[in-house]
Design a protein around this ligand. Structure first.
Ligand code: MRU
Length: 347
């Protein structure tokens, strides 16, 4: 089975190819963004989604901007790219990887000496973000093997798979690595209302790989834990601050339930998802269109005028997290905060 790559950069055209994730699982469609505006729209509607994939898209978007701009001098080109980078930054506020990817490429071009040099540096930096995310996910998968017993029954929420990264995945990367290592695992995938990333994307990815998966609604997780049917929970993250882990709405509920049933609760995430100098209060949680809650897949389930609260993410206090599986090992917070800061400074 070919690896799933949700974001592909073709600098020679130039364009960004992406899997339109809103159409899955019914339709697998690869679309092309030839402008930063197209890319920003794809990110806003969750055509491209998942924290590391947003980092990859942000990086490629900045490089695309450098390639398509008609600017006649380096200062003009940098100004045009800065404005496109700001457009991308404004698409979604919570996943820190988006800003990481944008900054990686933008910082790489700041000291360029010519228009050609800007373009070469931008393309190299964007490719580097894609390739290093892919390596990182495989490293996270390897690290995570130590927490997956043979025969483990694993609960996951949302989609932290190949579709959410350059490939392989973070939480699903650990699951894929365990499957590859012949551990007889089975997965419960929570559907993840309102946009059903678990039902639509996680189950699709796992079935595609022949990994045992059962779909449940979000509200079924607690009783499964009570019945002893879950050995551990693994989810991804959008931003890890000093005192909390932000991930898809509903993650906190699973962490509380896991604690109540003494079930290990793991996060799998790359170093680029850490934002160790900030704390929970400082994070902007994206609030999305109320119709996402009043409907399911465009079918109305509540009155058209009922007031709605629709945060895309929640924060889980770090005391509910057993460990954070990264490419550098398994960390716990607040114990390893300084180590994480040091690692980030070295990057
Ligand atoms: O709104 P989404 O679909 O972008 O949210 C994605 C998640 O919350 C994922 O769990 C997170 O980004 C980790 S992806 C490796």
């Amino acid at each position: 089975m070919l690896p799933l790559r949700p974001v592909i950069f073709n600098p020679h055209i130039p364009e960004i190819e992406y899997i339109e994730q809103t159409l899955l699982p019914d339709t697998y469609e690869v679309r092309k963004a030839g402008t930063v505006q197209d890319l920003a729209e794809a990110i806003k509607r969750l055509g491209i989604r998942g924290a590391p994939a947003l980092g990859c898209a942000g990086a490629c978007g900045v490089a695309l901007s450098a390639l398509v701009s008609k600017a006649g001098s380096v200062p003009e080109l940098l100004a045009a790219v800065r404005s496109d980078a700001d457009l991308l930054r404004g698409t979604r506020p919570t996943a820190v990887n988006l800003f990481f990817g944008i900054d990686k490429v933008f910082n790489a071009i700041l000291s360029a000496s010519s228009i050609e040099d800007v373009r070469i540096r931008a393309v190299d930096a964007a490719r580097d973000v894609l390739e290093s995310d892919s390596r990182t996910c495989h490293a996270i998968g390897k690290t995570g093997l130590s927490v997956i017993p043979d025969g483990a029954k694993i609960l996951t929420h949302c989609n932290a798979g190949a579709l959410a990264c350059a490939e392989w995945g973070t939480a699903l990367g650990v699951i894929r690595s365990a499957h590859e290592a012949d551990k007889k695992i089975s997965v419960y995938a929570c559907e993840t209302r309102p946009l059903l990333q678990g039902a639509r994307l996680t189950t699709w990815e796992l079935l595609r790989d022949g990994i045992d998966v059962t779909l449940i609604t979000d509200s079924m997780a607690a009783v499964l834990m009570r019945k002893g049917k879950i050995d551990l929970v693994i989810v991804g993250a959008d931003r890890i601050v000093s005192d909390a882990v932000f991930n898809k709405i509903g993650t906190y509920m699973h962490a509380v339930c896991a604690k109540a049933h003494s079930i290990p609760f793991y996060i799998a995430a790359p170093l680029s998802t850490f934002d160790p100098d900030n704390c929970e209060e400082q994070v902007i949680v994206e609030e999305r269109n109320p119709d996402e809650v009043r409907t399911v897949r465009h079918c109305r389930t509540g009155p058209f005028n009922v007031p709605v609260w629709n945060p895309a993410f929640d924060g889980t206090p770090v005391n509910l997290v057993t460990g954070i599986i990264t490419e550098y090992g398994i960390f716990t917070l607040p114990r390893d905060l300084e180590t994480i800061k040091q690692l980030k400074m070295g990057k």
